[in-house]
Design a protein around this ligand. Structure first.
Ligand SMILES: O=C(O)CCC(=O)C(=O)O
Ligand SMILES: [Fe+2]
Length: 348
């Protein structure tokens, strides 16, 4: 683990435009960001604006649906890495939100898990087109990391191939309910500090979606003691929404594959400050996974070799447990219960 980086500076913006001509410069900028903050913003990515807008409309329509329609959808099974379906979390999980996760249609269960066309028209087509549009961007970013790590540029291409059942890359529509007029203890978060289980994550936050923060120097989740790094966090760096930019962060498998060079840092979504928007908060995450059975091993062998399947077996058995359960903030959160139906956080 590296020393804590005391900096409030938000992560840098990396422009991916004219990628082939500017690749060495882009690679350097990505490495500078990924080896310290583990977070950066991208622009010039080429994902069509109308597709992004369509995804936001889909998210809005989805979350407007009645509770029972959403609850009737399939549930995510983390232990089996079947990452598709509806999930509702309350503070006992360290997270206050509802979300819909969708994978590629790589096996029958996933084909059958879409919300019915009548529920949210175009949900499947929009979501799949949006996911597909992100793949080339992911590929470009990963080719930079591959080169910088001494692998061939196409090193990650096969493992992120979303056409096989072994790949569980997914998209997650998030809704964090409004906290308008509510009180909570200082340590409460909308999503508690965690690291991502993806190679990398592309995150879209709406302009009013404040609260995302990262802890540079807090990595360590990639190894056994999940949460160890968190005890050392003294400084959270804000990661606010930037117009036209996508937020990207490194996840645990890429930290493993890079011998710890690329940082899978803890991040959280804190509650809004009084002068910030208090209403519903929305975000969309695209979680890029390596295939479940590909060997994950850095060039220098800093970490024992593993696979995504093994990693998920450990982390995914009880996914909530991987959310740093032993920290003081988490205990504080446990004192609350979450009444999603009333859209309120009840102070008990
Ligand atoms: O909603 C956000 O801004 C962050 C969500 C996140 O960290 C996650 O889903 O892993
Ligand atoms: Fe995350």
């Amino acid at each position: 683990m590296n020393d804590l980086v005391r900096s409030d500076a938000r992560p840098p913006v990396v422009d991916l435009a004219n990628f082939e001509q500017r690749k060495s410069q882009i690679r350097q900028q990505l490495m500078d960001a990924a080896t310290v903050k583990g977070f950066f913003y991208i622009t010039g990515h080429g994902i069509p604006e109308d597709l992004i807008s369509a995804a936001w409309r889909t998210s809005e329509r989805f979350f407007q649906q009645p509770d029972d329609a959403k609850q009737a959808l399939p549930k995510v099974n983390w232990a089996k890495a079947e990452v598709i379906g509806f999930e509702r979390n309350n503070l006992n999980d360290g997270t206050i939100h509802e979300s819909m996760m969708t994978s590629y249609e790589v096996h029958d269960r996933m084909k059958a898990a879409w919300p019915q066309e009548g529920l949210v028209p175009g949900f499947r087509d929009t979501t799949l087109s949006f996911m597909e549009a992100m793949q080339p961007v992911v590929q470009r970013i990963l080719s930079c990391f591959a080169e910088a790590l001494g692998f061939p540029p196409n090193f990650f291409d096969e493992t992120i191939d979303v056409s096989t059942a072994d790949n569980r890359t997914f998209l997650q529509y998030h809704k964090y309910p409004s906290v308008e007029g509510m009180r909570w203890k200082p340590a409460t978060n909308r999503i508690t500090a965690h690291t991502d289980e993806s190679l990398i994550t592309l995150l879209y936050t709406s302009p009013s979606s404040v609260g995302l923060e990262l802890a540079a120097g807090s990595d360590g989740a990639a190894v056994e003691g999940v949460g160890d790094g968190l005890h050392r966090v003294e400084n959270w760096t804000p990661c606010p929404p930037l117009p036209g930019c996508i937020t990207v962060n490194i996840g645990d498998p890429l930290q493993l594959w890079s011998d710890g060079l690329l940082k899978s840092n803890f991040h959280r979504v804190r509650m809004p400050h009084p002068d910030e928007p208090q209403g519903n908060r929305y975000s969309i995450g695209y979680f890029v996974w390596p295939r479940l059975h590909d060997k994950i091993q850095g060039k220098r062998g800093v970490y024992p070799s593993t696979t995504m399947a093994k990693y998920m077996e450990k982390k995914g058995k009880n996914f909530a447990d991987s959310f740093s359960p032993d920290i003081a903030t988490y205990e504080a959160q446990q004192e609350y219960s979450f009444g999603l139906a009333a859209n309120s956080i009840a102070v008990t």
